[in-house]
Design a binder for this molecule. Sequence first.
Ligand code: CP3
Length: 348
Amino acid sequence: MANNKRFIQSLKSQPTDRIPYWYMRQAGRYLPEYLQCRKTAGSFLDLCYNPDFATEVSLQPLRRYDMDAAIVFSDILVIPHALGQSLDFKTGEGPILAPVDDKAKINRLSLTNLHQHLAPVYETIARLHRQIPATTALIGFAGAPWTVASYMVGGRGSPDQAAARTMAYREEALFQQLIDLLVTATSEYLINQVKYGADVIQIFDTWAGNLPDDQFRRWAIEPVRQIIENIRICYPDVPIISFPRGAGCRYPEYIGATGVTAVSVDTTMPLEWVRDHIQPLCPVQGNLDPLLLLTGGERLDRRVREILCLCCLKDGPFIFNLGHGIVPGTPPENVARVSEIIREYQLK
Ligand code: CP3
C-alpha cells in the first residue's frame, strides 16, 4: 500500500518531497498551552493518564508547527509505575521513585496489572490515530530497559547511573531479572501501542552512553534487540527508531545487532561521521542542539542549514530532529523558525 506519510516514507528509505521533521519532547513545558493544561489536570501523572488531556497536549505542537509526526503524550516511567513501583513528579525535581534496590523489592514488581494501568495510554493513541491528519505519522514510545532500570534502581535521575551500574556488577543475576521483566513489559506495551494505532515506535535509551563496552552490549544492545524481535513477530513492518544517546562510534554495531529501522543521533555526533558511517546503514534522525534552539538567532539558522546540507548529501534518508529533547524556556518562535527553514529547504 502506498504510504502518504512523509515520515514513514523516509523510514522506509523511499524518496520524499522534502525532509520530514519532528522534535523530541515536542509537547511540554516550553508551550504556554501545555502549562495551562498541566495546571488544570493537577499533576503530571494526571495529565498522562487522562486521555482528554493527553490527546490535547499531543496535538498542541502540531497546531503550531505542523510536524510530520505526533508523539503520544506519556512518559517512559509509566512502565515502572504499572509494575507497582511508586512514582511522583515533583515540580523542579524530576521523577522520584521508591528505589527497587534489592531482591525482595524486585520480586514484588508484577505484570498482573500492566495493561489495565496503561489502558489510558492506549485510549489516547486510539484517539490520536483518529484525529491527526492522514499525512501525519503517530509515534508510540517507551524507554529502553537500561534507562528505565537506572531510574528504578536509583529512585531518581543521576548523572552517572551509579546505583544501577553498581547493581549490574554486584548482583548481575538480580539485575538481569529486572531487565528481563522490563523486556517483557516493554514489548507487550509497544505491541499494544501499534495495535491501537501507532505507526512508528521510538525507544529512548537516554543513558546508554554511560555504559562501558561489555556492559553496553549486555544492557543496551541485547534487551533492545529482544524487544524489536518481539514486536516484529506481531508487526514485521512497523518502523522502529532507537535513540541510544551517547553511543558514539558504537552506533554501527548497535544498528547491526538490534535490527532497528532507524536511529536518532545525539548532539555530539559529527555530521560527516554520521553521513559516512551511519546513513549507509539506516535512516538517521537528528541532531540539532536543544540549547541552540533555546538561544536562537542567526547562529541557529546557520546550524539548521548545515545539518540539512550535510545529512542529505548521500543516499541515506534523513529526518530532521534534535540531538536530545526540547528544554523548558525554549521560545516557541524559535521552533517555528526551524520548522520554516526545513520546509523551505529543497531536496536536490
Ligand atoms: O513530547 C514528547 O516527547 C512526549 C512526551 C514525553 C515526556 N517524556 C513528557 C514529559 C517523552 C517522549 C518523554 C521521555 C522521557 N521521560 C525520557 C527520554 C527522553 C529524554 O528526554 O531523555 C526520560 C529520561 C524521561 C524521564 C523524565 N520525565 C524526566 C527525567 C522528567 C523530568 C525532567 C524533564 O525532562 O522534563 C520527566 C518529566 C516529563 N516528561 C515532563 C514532560 C512534558 C515535564 C513534566 C512537567 O513538569 O510538566
